[in-house]
Design a protein around this ligand. Structure first.
Ligand code: C5P
Length: 227
């Protein structure tokens, strides 16, 4: 076991139309976050888990941790107002031996333990990587209502998590982002902005991010198929 995992879980349920953190919503009788944690715990590569949350969710998170059958250390870390701020808090809370970090959105509850293991292996040789899958649709760049470009699909990949980094390099990129006011939606974008290489690890088609009620229905279908 070699890897430290941060799970950003400090968002809300706005796009889900829920009045609370969507990760607490039930998916086949378990909160979404519990599915995510179970996969992470089943990965042999992960030695330490930091769950980043808002303090008002801590009691519910603690209940979820108690349902896990594990000896792996799980820490609660206070989240920020954006995903970026939440991850930065997580990076500052890594223990001194946390030199390689995986970051995985709590909302991607279908990622398999095998994906975590593959990501850990990648991080043994890479400075930074993201799990991603080739894009199947043709993607259009649109300005207003008019298409301005159709990028070559061969070069398009859909970004997922886990994303993995040498922790000190990512921490420095986050510091620079605070200094220069950069706002991004994933950690790879910060690595790119400071000129560091980010590689691709094959993700999973089923590794969707639960964002809308439709996603929840699709996730339920996929999990039932697995069983
Ligand atoms: O909202 P969205 O699903 O894109 O967020 C991605 C992940 O980032 C979620 O797991 C969410 O809980 C987390 N997040 C966070 N802190 C925020 C906003 C989102 O940890 N302030």
């Amino acid at each position: 076991m070699t890897c430290h995992l941060l799970i950003p879980a400090a968002g809300s349920g706005k796009r889900m139309g829920a009045d609370r953190n969507k990760l607490l919503l039930p998916l086949i009788e378990k909160p979404i976050l519990l599915w995510t944690l179970e996969a992470a715990i089943a990965s042999e590569a992960i030695a330490w888990i930091g769950v980043i949350g808002q303090p008002h969710d801590y009691p519910e998170f603690q209940k979820i941790f108690h349902r896990l059958n594990t000896t792996k250390p799980i820490h609660l870390i206070q989240g920020g107002t954006t995903r970026q701020a939440s991850v930065f808090n997580g990076l500052k809370s890594l223990p001194s031996n946390g030199d390689r970090v995986l970051i995985h959105d709590g909302a991607r509850c279908l990622a398999t333990p095998q994906l975590f293991d593959r990501c850990d292996k990648a991080l043994q040789t890479m400075q930074g990587f993201i799990a991603a899958v080739p894009v199947k649709d043709t993607i259009k760049i649109v300005d207003g209502q008019t298409i301005v470009d159709t990028p070559n699909r061969d070069h398009l990949w859909a970004a997922q998590t886990p994303q993995g980094f040498q922790a000190d390099l990512l921490k420095n990129a986050h510091l620079k982002a605070v200094e220069l006011g950069w706002e991004v939606t994933d950690d790879a974008a910060l690595f790119e902005k400071v000129g560091l290489p980010v590689q691709i690890v094959m993700g999973e088609e089923t590794n969707l991010k639960i964002t809308t009620p439709q996603d929840l229905a699709i996730a339920e279908f996929i999990l039932k198929q697995r069983n």
